[in-house]
Structure formats: structure tokens, C-alpha cells
Design a protein around this ligand. Structure first.
Ligand SMILES: Nc1ncnc2c1ncn2[C@@H]1O[C@H](COP(=O)(O)OP(=O)(O)OP(=O)(O)O)[C@@H](O)[C@H]1O
Ligand SMILES: [Mg+2]
Length: 337
């Protein structure tokens, strides 16, 4: 019952829990006889960033489409912006903005015209539409390109325009389906900055991503979707604690020194080609000292010693590598903040 044990970030009024911007219980969806979502529970506090991770085909886009009323669930309930998805879809639509995995930008018209079209769709007056479009084009660094056909934009510019268009109606909740896929590192960092600014302004962000670093950077909470269910949920740190993978790596340049070390450290994982040894280690001072003491005692002098702590990649592989769900994953739901 993750939704029942999941306290909120505590940013609500009077120290109470923040109201949920998005909540869902038991969402189900099948396409034909393929079960894609097999009971999804979510509770996303207002003003927070939530990242949904999962391998290709896990159902991330399907979740986004359901919560943004583009398709209907086969079962379960959800509220978005305080409105019931099934009975108040129109109100949900008015509260949200969606940037899909595939661009909504019309390449035949200019960036500015795309923006004004969105303003029209959002029933803004002509003057108001022009004001909002100009402000957003400025904020997304698209002023210079505004009068050019969007088909001439680079991938990063198109993505920025896409998100700027999503913001025209001033939504309090936005869904970003893989907002930085295909962007270069600089554009990706710029996008992160923009997303952080939105959150500072109180917007709730629901994002899906293939980039674990992105979830790590942006998200207050992360959920991993696999096999139709959420197999783990928590902050990036909480998820990293679920998987083993911390180790100390010793690299040698002298094959003789390497051989001597493999004899002395029989429990280490070896890579005879790279002349490296890996010893499990949680990265605490105490365990590091223990390793160093062992090396000293055996007279081992490595050319390089590096400490590796598990990252979200390790979590992702551990949780989505097989259909089996690690025992700790369920426990994590009980211990999350
Ligand atoms: N309209 C549809 N008709 C039939 N099957 C569909 C439909 N939409 C999605 N699916 C299937 O549902 C599953 C989940 O798709 P979805 O697009 O939600 O995955 P995803 O996690 O977003 O993947 P990706 O990381 O590739 O974007 C896939 O197996 C997909 O083929
Ligand atoms: Mg997708």
C-alpha cells in the first residue's frame, strides 16, 4: 500500500502534508491481451518533481497519457490538480500542460506562430497571447529564432519551443515525457535549469526519463516502472541504498604486482586484462581503512585506488534486469520519507 505509507515533502500549509497534485490508485491498462499497467499507485505532492523511470516499453508514456486524459485507464482511480480523471477530464485538462515524447511543434510555421497558436487554443486574448508568447520566447532563449520556420530549428531549439508552448496556458502541473532525449549535454543542463525554475515557481513536474542522472539531478522522488508495476520508489539516495555495488577498485600497471595482489586478496573480483581488482566496500571511512590496512599488511602498492558508490544505473539494472523484484524494493516503500 505505497500510497498509504508515503508521507509528503511537508511543504504544505501549517506544516501539514502538501496537497497531492497527482494521486492515483490501482491504475490498469492493457492493449489487447498485453497488460501494460498492472496496478499503479502514485502520490505526488504539489510543487515537487517526480521522475518515472523504466526500460523501453515499460509503460511510462502510457501513464503520462492516462494522467493527461489523452487515453483512459481500464481500471483504477486518479486525481490530477484536485480533479477526478474520469468525471472531470475537462478540469484536469485546464490544470495541466503536456510535452509529449514526440514534438507538437509545427515545422511549417515560425516559433512565434506556434506560440500564438497555443495562446489561441488556451483562449487567451490577442494582446495577452502576444505578451505571454514574447515572455516565454525570451525565457527560452528563442527571441532570435522566433520569426524563422520551426523546421529550421535544431533539436534542442525545438525541444525548448515544445516546452515553452506547454507553458502558454500557465499550467500548475506539467508532464514532460523524456524532455531531454536527444539533447547535447549543454542543452540538457539548460533544460534542467528551466525545469528547476518552474518548480521554484510552484509548478509540479511529472517527468519520464531514460537518463538516471536526470532523475538524480531533478527529482524529489523517483519511481521505477517495470513489468507493469512500480518496483521501487523513493529519493535518489534511498534507491541507491537498495542495491549493493559499492566497491574499491585497485589498478596496477606492473603485472607482477597485480599477481601478488590477487594472491593476497583472494576475495577480490579480478580483471586480468585491465589488471584491476574490485573489493566490495560501502565507502565508509571505517571500511576504507580496513581495506587500506589489508593492503599495507600484504605490502600491496596499487597504482590507483578509486572508491565507487552505487549510482542510479546500478539501481536501474538491479531492478529492471529480471522480472524478479528484490525483496528490499518492497521494504523501501515502507521506509521512504
Ligand atoms: N496504442 C497502443 N496500442 C497497442 N500497444 C500500445 C499502444 N501504446 C502503447 N502500447 C504498448 O504498450 C507498452 C508500453 O508503451 P509505452 O509507450 O507506454 O512505453 P514507454 O515506457 O513510454 O517506452 P519508451 O521508453 O520506449 O518511450 C509497449 O509494449 C507498447 O508497445
Ligand atoms: Mg515513452
Amino acid at each position: 500500500m505505497p500510497s498509504a505509507v508515503m508521507p509528503t515533502s511537508g511543504r504544505g500549509a501549517a506544516g501539514g502534508p502538501a496537497p497531492a497534485a497527482i494521486s492515483a490508485v490501482g491504475l490498469r491498462k492493457s492493449f489487447g491481451d498485453k497488460v501494460v499497467l498492472d496496478g499503479i499507485d502514485l502520490r505526488i505532492p504539489a510543487g515537487s518533481v517526480f521522475a518515472l523511470l523504466g526500460p523501453n516499453g515499460a509503460g511510462k508514456t502510457t501513464v503520462v497519457k492516462i494522467l493527461s486524459t489523452l487515453i483512459t485507464a481500464d481500471g483504477g482511480e486518479a486525481r490530477v490538480g484536485g480533479h477526478d480523471l474520469a468525471t472531470q477530464a475537462q478540469s484536469v485538462r485546464a490544470a495541466i500542460g503536456v510535452t509529449g515524447q514526440f514534438s507538437a511543434v509545427d515545422g511549417l510555421i515560425t516559433g512565434e506562430e506556434n506560440m500564438l497558436l497555443m495562446a489561441d487554443l488556451n483562449h487567451l486574448s490577442k494582446a495577452e497571447g502576444q505578451r505571454v508568447a514574447a515572455e516565454l520566447l525570451e525565457r527560452f532563449d528563442l527571441v532570435e529564432a522566433a520569426k524563422k520556420p520551426a523546421s529550421t530549428y535544431s533539436g534542442g531549439m525545438k525541444r525548448r519551443l515544445d516546452i515553452a508552448m506547454t507553458l502558454v496556458g500557465g499550467p500548475r502541473i506539467i508532464f514532460l515525457d523524456e524532455p531531454t532525449t536527444g539533447l547535447d549535454p549543454r542543452s540538457r543542463h539548460n533544460m534542467w535549469r528551466i525545469i528547476r525554475q518552474l518548480v521554484t515557481g510552484g509548478t509540479t513536474v511529472f517527468l519520464t526519463t531514460q537518463y538516471l542522472e536526470e532523475a538524480d539531478e531533478l527529482a524529489d522522488r523517483i519511481a521505477v516502472l517495470n513489468g507493469g508495476r512500480i518496483v521501487a520508489e523513493g529519493s535518489a539516495d534511498e534507491l541507491k541504498r537498495l542495491v549493493p555495488g559499492g566497491h574499491v577498485r585497485l589498478r596496477f600497471t606492473d603485472p607482477a604486482a597485480y599477481r601478488a595482489a590477487t594472491d593476497a586478496l583472494a576475495d577480490a573480483a579480478r580483471d586480468d586484462e585491465a589488471l584491476t581488482l574490485q573489493i566490495p566496500n560501502d565507502g565508509t571511512q571505517r571500511e576504507l581503512r580496513a581495506v587500506l590496512d589489508r593492503l599495507d599488511a600484504a605490502g600491496i602498492e596499487a597504482d590507483e585506488l578509486t572508491v565507487h558508490t552505487p549510482d542510479l544505473d546500478d539501481v536501474f539494472f538491479a531492478l529492471t534486469g529480471s522480472t524478479a523484484v528484490p525483496a528490499q524494493a518492497d521494504q523501501s516503500k515502507e521506509t521512504v520519507r
